[in-house]
Design a protein around this ligand. Structure first.
Ligand code: NDP
Length: 292
């Protein structure tokens, strides 16, 4: 039996419908939610991501400011932009698109963003709150999108065995923390490149989250029949049959659909949820200013 589709686009549409109402309520109080996005360099994929964030802002009535800096820009200039945006009362969210050029220290840049404007949820204060089990702050967008999509599909997590493959600061680790947090209550294993017998570890999972960056790595034989599989991976692979010469592939082999009960597609799964959660964090940041 083919797995049901964990449809991130449909879930994101519902999140957006809710946000439209919240944006109107803020505007009625003369507050216009405002996201500032900074991009450094000319990586084509990063520009596609930024444009799609800006388009979503426009659709929801969120104001956006787009700052594009050349790849040779000094780190001190980027830092000055962040300080200015931290000080700007009408800016509620600040996002610095990753990756940054090699001469810039991504962690130092993240540390500089005011935690209450850190709509990516990567600031140590926001990640620290998550470690403490305080899940009402700025949560990292991709992992919180994964959890929202699972809840939307009414997937029961309590007491279930979850395996997260990947332990990055941005995706894997916060996803594991959210799955283990009170309210979600899964029993979580974090796997990574040094994990032994990864296939056997994955096969124990009721909920399997793949956040690795290796196309089609998780094979049907790695998946317990009936498991829920979330594919976070976004990988470009060569494909001569496409006009552009490439296609997107997830970290999960599409054949897993024959074994799993639910599977998120790539594209159309976690990707749209990441943007929806970014929008939600921005609206929330604006609401919090108002509540202060
Ligand atoms: P990172 O490269 O930061 O982390 C990858 C993780 O996978 C690491 O923890 C690494 O282990 C682990 N890993 C690598 N190779 C293996 C292996 N052979 N076996 C087991 N584990 C392995 O990537 P990100 O977390 O930033 O992203 C992961 C994927 O998610 C990428 O495809 C990325 O494009 C995608 N992504 C998608 C988003 C979305 O919106 N859908 C948003 C962000 C990312 P170790 O720590 O030991 O090196």
């Amino acid at each position: 039996m083919a797995a049901q589709r964990l449809d991130g686009r449909a879930c994101a549409t519902e999140v957006e419908a809710d946000l439209l109402g919240r944006v109107s309520a803020l505007k009625a109080q003369n507050i216009e939610p405002h996201l500032a996005v900074i991009i450094v360099g000319d990586d084509p994929a990063s520009h596609v991501y930024v444009n799609s964030k800006i388009k979503t802002c426009a659709r929801l009535g969120i104001r956006s400011t787009h700052i594009s800096l050349p790849v040779s820009e000094k780190e001190s200039t980027l830092k000055q932009h962040i300080q200015d945006l931290n000080n700007a009362e009408d800016v509620h969210g600040i996002l610095v698109q990753s990756p940054l050029p090699n001469h810039m220290d991504e962690e130092a840049i993240t540390d500089l963003i005011a935690p209450e404007k850190d709509v990516d949820g990567f600031h140590p204060q926001n990640l620290g709150r998550l470690v403490q089990g305080r899940t009402n702050g700025m949560l990292p967008c991709t992992p919180s999108g994964v959890l929202r999509m699972l809840r939307w599909a009414n997937i029961d997590l309590e007491g279930k065995r979850a395996v997260v493959v990947g332990r990055s600061r941005i995706v894997g680790m916060p996803a594991a923390l959210l799955l283990a947090a009170r309210g979600a209550d899964a029993t979580v294993t974090v796997a990574h490149s040094r994990t032994q017998e990864l296939e056997a570890v994955c096969k124990e999972a009721d909920i399997l989250v793949a956040a690795v960056g290796r196309p089609d790595m998780v094979k049907p034989s790695w998946v317990k029949p009936g498991a829920v599989v979330v594919d976070v991976g976004i990988n470009r692979v060569d494909d001569a049959t496409r006009e552009r010469g490439w296609r997107l592939a997830g970290d999960v082999d599409p054949g897993v659909a024959e074994v799993a009960s639910w599977l998120s597609p790539v594209p159309g799964g976690v990707g749209p949820m990441t943007i929806a959660m970014l929008m939600e964090n921005t609206v929330r940041a604006a609401e919090l200013v108002h509540d202060r």
